[in-house]
Design a protein around this ligand. Structure first.
Ligand code: HEC
Length: 241
C-alpha cells in the first residue's frame, strides 16, 4: 500500500492552505445543502405532497401519463369549482384532445367557473384562454429531451469539478488507502448513475430508484470526505504529529 507522502498530509499543511481548503469546503457544503433544498422545493412538490418521493421523480421525468393536468385538476382539487354537469363536459372536452372547434361551448364555461380565480393577476394558469387550456389538456410527458440535455451537461461539467477539488483535498488525508480510492471514485460513479437515471426514468418510470440511489450515494461519500478533511486539518490529533 502506498501511503501519502508525509509532507502532503492535511494536518501538516500550512495555515494558508488549511484556510483556503476549509473555506472552499464550507462554501461547497452550503451549496450542496441549497441544492438539496432546491430539489425538495421543485421536484419534491411534483406530486402535490411535501417531501421527495418516488412519485415526484416519476412525475418530473416520466410525467403523469394517467391524464392531463386539466383532467387531474377537474377530478381532484378543482372538482367542486363547477357543477357536476359542467365538470363532466369539461372532462369530456379534455379527453377528446381539446378540439378548438368546441371552444365556443367550453370557453364560456371556463370563463364563468374558473376565470374569477384563474385571471392574469393571480399567477395561476389562465385556463379560460384557449392556448392555456389546450396546453394543460395534453398528457404530461415529463421532462423534455431538450431540458434533460441541458440539465445533464450542466450537472456533469459542474459537479465533476466540485468533486475533483473535494477529492483532491481528501486525497491528502491519512486514510486507509483502499477506502480512499473508493470514496474518491464514488461521487463520479454516482454522478453518472444519477444523470443516466433521469434519462432512463423518462422512458421507464421504474428507474426512479436509480435517481434516489445516485443522490444518496454521492451525498454520503461527500459527507465522509468533508468530515475527514475538516477533522484532519484542524484537530490536534492530526496537526500535532
Ligand atoms: C376559488 C378559486 C378557484 C377557482 C374558482 C378555480 N380554481 Fe383552479 N386553482 C385555484 C388555486 C388556488 C390553485 C392552486 C392550488 C394548488 O396548487 O394547491 C388552482 C389550481 C388549478 C390547476 C392546477 C394548476 C397547475 O399549475 O398545476 C388547474 C388545472 C386548475 N386550477 C383548473 C381550474 C378549473 C378548470 C377551474 C374551473 C372549473 C378552476 N380551476 C377553478 C383556484 C381556483
Amino acid at each position: 500500500m502506498i501511503e501519502p507522502r508525509d509532507d502532503l498530509t492535511l494536518g501538516k499543511l500550512s495555515l494558508t492552505y488549511r484556510v483556503l481548503f476549509t473555506g472552499f469546503l464550507l462554501v461547497i457544503g452550503l451549496g450542496l445543502c441549497m441544492a438539496g433544498a432546491q430539489i425538495m422545493l421543485t421536484h419534491g412538490k411534483a406530486d402535490g405532497k411535501a417531501g421527495l418521493s418516488m412519485d415526484d421523480i416519476v412525475y418530473s421525468y416520466y410525467g403523469n401519463r394517467s391524464g392531463s393536468k386539466l383532467e387531474s385538476a377537474l377530478t381532484g382539487k378543482m372538482k367542486d369549482k363547477a357543477p357536476a354537469d359542467v365538470n363532466f363536459m369539461l372532462i369530456k372536452w379534455v379527453r377528446e384532445d381539446a378540439p378548438a372547434a368546441e371552444w365556443s361551448k367550453v370557453g364560456p364555461l371556463l370563463e364563468k367557473h374558473c376565470a374569477n380565480c384563474h385571471d392574469s393577476e393571480s399567477g395561476l394558469p389562465e385556463v379560460a384562454k384557449l392556448e392555456v387550456a389546450k396546453g394543460m389538456a395534453e398528457i404530461d410527458h415529463g421532462a423534455s429531451i431538450a431540458s434533460l440535455t441541458r440539465v445533464s451537461h450542466i450537472h456533469l461539467f459542474g459537479i465533476s469539478f466540485i468533486f475533483l477539488f473535494v477529492g483532491w483535498i481528501f486525497g491528502m488525508a491519512e486514510f486507509d488507502q483502499r477506502w480512499k480510492v473508493i470514496l474518491i471514485s464514488t461521487p463520479f460513479a454516482f454522478l453518472v448513475l444519477d444523470v443516466a437515471s433521469w434519462w432512463l426514468t423518462k422512458f421507464w418510470p421504474e428507474c426512479a430508484w436509480f435517481t434516489m440511489i445516485g443522490g444518496l450515494g454521492y451525498s454520503l461519500a461527500a459527507m465522509v470526505m468533508f468530515a475527514t478533511s475538516f477533522a484532519q486539518m484542524w484537530l490536534p490529533r492530526w496537526t500535532k504529529k
